[in-house]
Every structure is written in structure tokens, then in C-alpha cells.
Design a protein around this ligand. Structure first.
Ligand SMILES: NC(=O)c1ccc[n+]([C@@H]2O[C@H](COP(=O)([O-])OP(=O)(O)OC[C@H]3O[C@@H](n4cnc5c(N)ncnc54)[C@H](O)[C@@H]3O)[C@@H](O)[C@H]2O)c1
Length: 329
């Protein structure tokens, strides 16, 4: 860490945002946490002291002037842009999805352009949802430059963002690294298409049954590892091309995930799942990213499940989460 760094994290109250804020705060890196919402339940789950240590700034990433002022006023040097609406929310409200997920990225890139010389690096969140169904591709881990073929508006918007970022680098010299998380799991993951394995871990931790709406193989990434990669990417953005990369993860079948949850949580009400797989590939070549960032830490899936179940049990016992509300969502 450089003493003069000042990070801005958007979507700071979300899952990956909460982990990013926690890691930056623990490292003593000055940061501004920005989100449109004000519900700090994920911060309380991860670290009850976080609320007292980090100020949250209300910010709508579609408000360009407000965002430019925020970057200028706080003399931001690095931006981790995570604010977005996830697949079901974009599907329900496509126009709002375009505003937040596409216009929001345009605002962040433009803010970095206007503050060039001050903002040194940017990391942006894309998704493996830019890819098509697994059978379009071969069996080997998917290269980061495999052709995109999104099957959702969410994926199409993310694909547009990847190109906006490349063109902002080429035309205006705004350095960024875009990361494509896969199935992120861990404490704080409670909304979006792929949150159900984590909700199953919560259900098992508190002795409730749970049904996951999909199955098949998927690439799992612990939210802590993903957050660390976003921070490293913002720092490394200026050191090479502004491109989009896949993250390392552990590929597992839903049978394996459910069995690991049962082993970790003990026998209890059943966790069941639908056999239909997600419409994405399930193994990714992360070596181009690791050439940029160095080794990206990957928590072994079974260990990540153990930590997640333990965190949920502790938080539920302390009254820091409401499992019924989370499981009903
Ligand atoms: N979680 C995953 O598995 C996954 C996978 C691939 C990509 N991603 C991407 O990673 C990023 C972070 O994901 P997450 O799981 O933390 O999401 P999340 O849904 O948990 O959090 C998103 C946050 O963005 C905030 N937000 C929404 N609209 C906003 C606006 N207009 N202005 C400011 N803040 C706003 C929300 O209040 C929320 O706190 C997103 O861009 C997401 O698309 C996530």
C-alpha cells in the first residue's frame, strides 16, 4: 500500500463490496465506501466493528455530477466499481438495469478521465454471464478471450462495459482492469441468480431445509478472494493493457457442493437442487490474470464452505442476521 492511496468502492454495501471495504479497512488503506442503499447488514455479518470504522457515503452511480464531485472532493486515487443490479433485477426492470449497469460504468469511466493524474487505476466488475452456454465451447478451461455470447440482458450490458473500458483506455488513457467473477459464495452473498449455494449454507447452518433452483457444474469463488482481486486489479491497472479477465475458482458439481455442506454442517433438514445447469461454462483459464496480478488466492471450496457455515452460525447466535428474512428473499 502507498500512503497516498485513497480508494473509492461503489456498491460498498453489497456482497463483494462489503468484503472489499473490510479488507481495505483492515490494511489501513484510506477509503470512501459508496452505495445507493443504507442497509449495513452485510457489514455487520462480516465485522460488527466495520460500521464504526468506515463512513458510508450515499451515492447513485447514475448521478454523473454527484459522482464527479465525490471523486474530486475525496481526492480518489483508485476506484473499485461494484455497484450493479444482478440478473433477476435487470430482467424485471431492463431500463433501470441499463441505467445502473451501463450508464453507471460510463459515469465511473468518465469520472476517471476527468480526474486523470489523480485517479491512477480502476477495477470494474463484469461477469462470466458475458459467455454463452457451456456447449458452445470446448471442454478445456475457457480462455479469457473466448467469444462472448450472453444469454441475458445482464450479460449483454456487462459485455458493453468491457468494451467501453477498453475504448476509454485506448482513446483517453484511462487504465482499468475488468474482472469476470463466476459463482461468488460466502457470507454476504444473499441476492442474485447464483446466491442459492450460499443460502443453502445458511439454511444448513441454522437447521432449515433449502432448495437450489439449478445444478450441474460451476466455478466457485469465495467473496474474500474476489474482493482481494478487485483491489489488486485497481492497483495494477496502469501496468499493462486494459482488458477483461476470468478469475480462478474451484469447479464443482452441485452434488459435491451439497455433500460438502452436509459434511460441514452435519446431518439436518435436506438441501435439494434442480438438475438443470447454469447457462455458463464452469471452468476458466485465469493464467492471463495471474500474469498481471501475481497469484490470485483461491480458498479451497470445502474450507470456504466450512468458514461460511461457521460465520452464519456465529452471526445467527449473536442476532446479527435474520436467517428467516434472508432465506425468504
Ligand atoms: N456475486 C456474484 O456471483 C457476481 C458474479 C459476477 C459478477 N458480479 C458483479 O460483481 C459486482 C458486485 O456483486 P455483488 O454480488 O457484490 O452484488 P450485490 O447485489 O450484493 O451488491 C450490489 C450493490 O450495488 C448497490 N447499488 C445498486 N444500484 C446502485 C446505484 N445506482 N448506485 C450505487 N450503488 C448501487 C446496491 O445497493 C448493492 O449494495 C456487480 O457488478 C456484479 O454484477 C457478481
Amino acid at each position: 500500500m502507498n500512503a497516498d492511496e485513497r480508494f473509492l468502492v461503489t456498491g460498498a454495501l453489497g456482497c463483494i463490496g462489503s468484503w472489499t471495504v473490510r479488507q481495505l479497512a483492515e490494511a489501513g488503506t484510506p477509503l470512501v465506501a459508496a452505495d445507493i442503499g443504507d442497509d449495513r447488514q452485510r457489514w455487520r455479518l462480516l465485522d460488527p466493528s466495520l460500521e464504526d470504522r468506515v463512513t458510508i457515503v450515499e451515492c447513485d452511480v447514475t448521478d454523473a455530477e454527484g459522482f464527479f464531485r465525490l471523486v474530486e472532493r475525496h481526492r480518489i486515487t483508485h476506484i473499485v466499481h461494484l455497484a450493479a443490479l444482478q440478473v433477476p433485477f435487470v430482467r424485471a426492470r431492463p431500463m433501470q438495469g441499463a441505467r445502473v449497469n451501463v450508464e453507471g460504468v460510463a459515469v465511473v469511466l468518465e469520472a476517471a478521465r476527468r480526474a486523470s493524474g489523480q485517479v491512477r487505476g480502476l477495477s470494474l466488475a463484469s461477469s462470466i454471464a458475458v459467455y454463452g452456454e457451456a456447449d458452445r465451447y470446448g471442454d478445456s478451461p475457457l480462455p479469457h478471450d473466448a467469444p462472448a455470447a450472453p444469454t441475458t440482458l445482464y450479460g449483454a450490458y456487462k459485455q458493453a462495459n468491457e468494451w467501453m473500458a477498453r475504448i476509454y483506455a485506448a482513446d483517453y488513457g484511462v487504465p482499468s482492469i475488468t474482472l469476470r467473477p463466476a459463482v461468488v459464495y460466502g457470507p454476504g452473498r444473499d441476492q442474485g441468480l447464483t446466491s442459492s449455494p450460499t443460502l443453502a449454507m445458511l439454511a444448513a447452518a441454522v437447521g432449515r431445509p433449502y432448495h437450489i433452483a439449478w445444478g450441474g457444474s460451476a466455478a466457485y469463488q469465495h467473496a474474500a478472494d474476489v474482493a482481494a482481486a478487485f483491489v489488486a486489479a485497481a492497483r495494477a491497472a496502469a501496468d499493462g493493457p486494459s482488458d477483461a479477465y476470468n478469475l480462478p475458482g474451484e469447479t464443482a458439481t452441485m452434488e459435491e457442493v451439497v455433500e460438502a455442506i452436509r459434511e460441514v454442517a452435519g446431518d439436518g433438514p435436506r438441501i435439494t437442487f434442480e438438475p438443470s445447469p447454469l447457462p455458463f461454462p464452469s471452468a476458466f483459464d485465469a493464467s492471463p490474470l495471474e500474469r498481471r496480478l501475481g497469484r490470485v488466492h483461491t480458498t479451497p471450496l470445502r474450507e470456504g464452505i466450512r468458514q461460511t457455515v461457521a460465520a452464519f452460525r456465529e452471526a445467527a447466535a449473536a442476532g446479527r442476521i435474520d436467517p428467516d428474512r434472508l432465506l425468504a428473499a
